[in-house]
Design a binder for this molecule. Structure first.
Ligand code: NAD
Length: 475
């Protein structure tokens, strides 16, 4: 089936096509072939978007909360109705299996539904004062917002930012990833069709550096939210400093997984392997550094390798594909370099280890006995590779888990409740999953510590990042 997305910009309530703008080739990662041209925003487009965001912010902020909520719910319903088409477009642009794309669209819809309800319960507070006096604390929207989101979960990560910001009463300009644009347009269409006042949400594809400099450099933007790599996050943080603009950064991770010898081995392996290769490992919370207690290390890596070899790779549009290609041409080479470096330094390749013959494929890969000085033990691979090492005891496991400057997600498998509590306390991470990988849910805060960033998305904390507080004292 051909690629059908009609790629446009959405500025000031109207859809904009090429009209002399530069364009970007959208590539199907299965074949490496171009499938569409994306028009890129000019500086004049961005100025128009900024003017619109400034003009529409007070309009949206003054819209009663019940109406804001109803529009967000309606957008969620439209995303659900359109999920099959949106998912097909996503798989064609990004490569992930169609079932994962469909789940992602439904997850995006759930965020609109959740924030549509949460904003109704967003109370301030009243402070204790003598009779006749009143002090109250109010939550107010922060102002116009700029969001920057990546290609790995193109619709879910966009929805996470946009749903919370719109619920809070902010106007929003979003720059989604240029590699995977068609599915993100579906958010603009759903909001427009749901009756969002024109200009409250705008979508500008464009050259990342130019767009971020232009938008963050404008005093109109009062909040920036970015998901992506650590170097780009640091760069945007510096840009935001010029206008003292609030910023949320959801950056990389290198999730440790501590496997204790009292876990249910088969059950754990059956969970771990599909989770590792979900979205071809291009997941900021992907389980990657497997530290396994000595007594079960050999059995664990044997079971891991057997299951890894059975993961079926192919075109994500085929129903039996369990892992698609990597998303863009930068990824296979990056993974190959990391795997070769680990192999040269003494790691054993127990499964996979090679690029595919065509497109951007890389085999699901398991490395064992990986030395700590291998690059892959220190830098996030962001691909379908798991690394493993044995550990002796609890203290060593925690020391290994915390040894990197990252702190996004961490996982552990153990049937010992006291050990679970102790390790949850000791691990330096924004999210800890014990006997589970389900950590990205609409009602829960999602975000990192250390160089993985700061600020939460999801949950009531996600709403707060688009708000400022005001204390009002009356005598
Ligand atoms: P990259 O750093 O070039 O790009 C990551 C994202 O940031 C892309 O969506 C890109 O459009 C955007 N971006 C890049 N420069 C920007 C700028 N100056 N202003 C605004 N946005 C900008 O990396 P990449 O090659 O696309 O991916 C490589 C690495 O990025 C991965 O290895 C991974 O560590 C990280 N990454 C993390 C996430 C995440 O979910 N945290 C998602 C995608 C990529």
């Amino acid at each position: 089936m051909g690629y059908e997305a009609d790629l446009k910009l959405f500025i000031n309530g109207s859809w904009r096509t090429g009209e002399g703008r530069d364009s970007f080739q959208v590539i199907n990662p299965v074949t490496g072939d171009s499938i569409a041209e994306l028009p890129m925003a000019t500086e004049a487009d961005l100025d128009e978007a900024l003017d619109t965001a400034r003009r529409m912010y007070p309009v949206w902020r003054a819209t009663p909360v019940e109406k804001r909520s109803a529009i967000l719910h309606q957008a969620a319903s439209l995303l659900k109705e359109r999920a099959a088409d949106i998912a097909r477009t996503m798989t064609q642009e990004q490569g992930k299996p169609i079932a994962e794309s469909t789940g992602e669209v439904l997850g995006a819809a759930s965020l609109f539904d959740w924030y549509a309800e949460e904003i109704k319960r967003d109370y301030g507070r009243v402070l204790v004062r003598p009779p006749g006096e009143l002090s109250r604390v109010m939550h107010e929207p922060v102002g116009p917002v700029a969001t920057f989101t990546p290609w790995n979960f193109p619709i879910y990560l966009l929805a996470k930012k946009v749903a919370a910001a719109l619920a809070a009463g902010c106007s929003v300009i979003s720059k989604p990833p240029e590699e995977t644009p068609g599915n993100t347009l579906a958010i603009a269409r759903a909001l427009d069709d749901a009756g969002l006042p024109k200009g409250v949400f705008q979508l500008v594809h464009g050259a990342p550096d130019m767009v971020s400099k232009h938008l963050i450099g404008s005093p109109t933007i009062r909040k920036v939210s970015f998901t992506g790599s650590i170097p780009v996050g640091k760069h945007l943080m510096k840009l935001a400093a010029d206008n003292v603009t609030k910023i949320t950064l959801e950056l990389g991770g290198h999730a440790p997984v501590l496997i204790f010898d009292d876990c249910d081995l088969d059950k754990t392996l059956d969970m771990v392997v599909p989770q590792k290769f979900r979205n071809a490992g291009q997941v900021c919370v992907s389980p990657t550094r497997f530290y396994v207690q000595e007594g079960i290390y050999d059995a664990f890596i044997k079971g891991f390798a057997e299951r890894t070899k059975r993961v079926k790779i192919g075109n994500g549009l085929d129903a039996d594909t369990k892992m698609g290609p990597l998303a863009n041409d930068r990824r296979p080479g990056a993974i190959e370099t990391l795997v070769n470096d680990a192999r040269d330094k003494g790691a054993r390749v127990l499964a996979g280890g090679n690029r595919g013959d065509s497109g951007f494929f890389f085999e699901p890969t398991l490395l064992a006995d990986v030395p700590l000085d291998a690059d892959i033990m220190n830098n996030e691979p962001f691909g379908p590779v798991a690394v493993s090492r044995p550990f002796k005891d609890f203290d060593e496991a925690i020391q290994q888990a915390n040894r990197l400057p990252y702190g996004l997600a961490a996982f552990a498998f153990t049937e010992n409740g006291r050990r679970a509590n102790l390790l949850a306390d000791a691990i330096e991470a924004g999210m800890v999953g014990i006997n589970t990988f389900a950590i990205s849910i609409a009602d829960a805060p999602f975000g990192g510590v250390k160089e993985s960033g700061f600020g939460s998305e999801g949950g009531k904390e996600g709403l707060e990042t688009y708000q400022v507080v005001k204390a009002i004292h009356q005598a």
